[in-house]
Design a protein. Sequence first.
Length: 395
Amino acid sequence: MVIVGGGYTGLSAALFAAQQGAKTCLVEGSEFGAGGSGRNVGLSNAGLWLPPEDINARLEKAAGARLSSILGGAPDLVYQLIAHHGIACEPVRNGTLHCAHALAGMDDLKRRHAQLSAIGAPVLLLSRDEAVSRVGSDRVHGAIFDPRAGTIQPLAYAKGLARAAMEQGAELFEHSPATAITHCGKNWCVTTPKGRISAPAMIVATNAYAMPSKGLASPDLVPVHYFQAATAPLSPQQRRRILPGGEGCWDTAMVMSSWRLDQEGRLIIGGMGRLDHPAGGIHRRWLDRKLAQMFPELAGTKMTHAWFGRIAMTAEYLPKIQDLGQNALMAFGYSGRGIGPGTVFGQEMARAVLAQSHTDLPIAPVTEHSYPLAGLREAYYEAGATLTHLLKNRW
């Protein structure tokens, strides 16, 4: 099997295939986890961003329920792999908090809580006082607590999957972009600057970081950018007040933000936007205001690190698996939920191509995919994030 892409999906596929005894070769154009995987927010959530009934409305009801069930268990797989392979990625499974950014956000959370509870998810709807106590900020108005979820150091998880796959016998190559992907008789041939791989099965897992490959068009996606920044480690007193339970958080705002603590006690806070954009300064200034409003005791705290990455969005906010024919699959479009779904989809696609049967995948594969005006939509999202960050959190 040949795999193109060294993020969560490709690395999970390589690990599973190697464990099954399959000869496995993975090529990555940069470094393992260098794309969206290593730049992830670090929340290992259950399910997708869409609530269950919205998923069912986009898929046939039984298919939607099956996808929700499979991805509801995605954190189990993530933390099992971490434990089994000794992946040092700061795993904390103390749940996540989906926080209401305003009173109106509670209506959304109540709807989500009802739908999640109806399918048996063990989620709790927290009052404002309970959420304030758990977050350590009076800027939240309630929250959904999901005990299935947790946090990880995202780049370390990706590199840990790579190490585990190699220990199982997979051959993995960094700085080896797939410059051409073609048929060679009954096999797929992947050409890189360092050589060519021929294999009877293929998985393409480049998502929002696809590089041009002759013979295979990249899927139509809307790349939505998300940036993060980290403080210096908080003091012991601050850590007792801010996220004392260690949950990871994100909010209900249309232009959302997120925050969590890392192993060293740094507060990592993020929002939509790209820092290399001409409006990057607007995002950075918003970040300072947001930090001061969320946690007044941290007002004026300097950020020691900042970075950003791309999220691959689809029109339906659902991940896709595309059947490329001749026992090849391509996954993309996790729409902000890469850790769990990427790990699950990688494993299940590897299982499917090894069995040469694509009928039992988490989501039915498509043979074609398009997203009209994807470039204009990217500009729309960036403009919306910039305008929001220019005007918000000023009082």
